[in-house]
Design a protein around this ligand. Structure first.
Ligand code: ATP
Ligand code: MG
Length: 211
């Protein structure tokens, strides 16, 4: 880790649809906070996709509220409305640029993703600019192979070694939880208990989401 890191503010960015937020997201953020000694983690729910499938993606407002409910008891977790309030499609580059402006040069931004999402970096636009503005923490996730990250590093940075400073792999306790599975369970009246915070499942029930 950086030698002089104690002089910087270290900010974790946890982007996602959070449709709904679950314990996989929360464990990932908490582990990043502790393993990388971050000052805080900001959860940033995405705006609604333009062609959303009815009942598949809860409204941005509902996803935002569920994210607030799930994170409110942790004093190092925060939620930002920046993507849901932004007009048009959300691009990660816009979010990272905006955060860079807010936190200034003397901060280190860590974009936290699961092993699946990091690979999407290959399809992002402005990849070079993104990696110049923030570092990445890729959390292990059951069913996703991390060896492809090595290819990704080579592709982005040429030499594998140089990229170690940009993309960190983080081991976390394996949680085979996904929002897709939770939505399917709700649709088929199967239990979702213990996969996500109880207060979030109560919110889902109350507002009849994902039925
Ligand atoms: P969906 O099934 O709808 O895609 P998801 O469970 O993958 O939902 P997202 O909102 O897509 O959740 O994920 C946000 C971020 O959290 C992504 O970087 C994803 O890789 C990571 N993530 C989600 N679930 C886990 C998990 N169980 N372990 C590690 N990382 C996870
Ligand atoms: Mg996903």
């Amino acid at each position: 880790m950086e030698k002089s890191s104690k002089f910087y503010k270290k900010i974790g960015i946890m982007g996602g649809t959070f449709n709904p937020i679950h314990h996989g997201h929360l464990v990932t953020a908490q582990e990043a906070l502790s393993q990388f000694k971050l000052d805080k983690v900001i959860f940033i729910p995405t705006g609604n996709p333009p062609h959303k499938i009815e009942n598949e993606v809860a409204s941005a407002e509902d996803r935002y509220i569920m994210t607030v409910i799930a994170t409110s008891s942790n004093s190092n977790f925060f939620v930002s409305r920046m993507e849901i309030d932004r007009k048009g499609k959300s691009y990660t580059i816009d979010t990272v640029r905006q955060l860079r402006k807010i936190y200034g040069k003397n901060s280190l931004l860590y974009f936290i993703t699961g092993a699946d999402a990091i690979l999407e970096i290959l399809t992002w636009k402005n990849t070079d600019e993104i990696v110049s503005l923030c570092k990445f923490i890729a959390a292990t996730r059951p069913g996703y192979n991390l060896s492809r990250i090595e290819d990704l590093r080579k592709r982005l940075f040429g030499k594998a070694g140089a990229a170690d400073e940009k993309i960190y792999v983080m081991e976390i306790p394996a949680l085979s939880i996904s929002s897709t599975d939770i939505r399917n369970r709700i649709k088929h009246n199967r239990p979702i208990d213990y996969l996500l915070p109880e207060r979030v499942s109560n919110y889902i029930l109350k507002h009849e989401l994902y039925k």
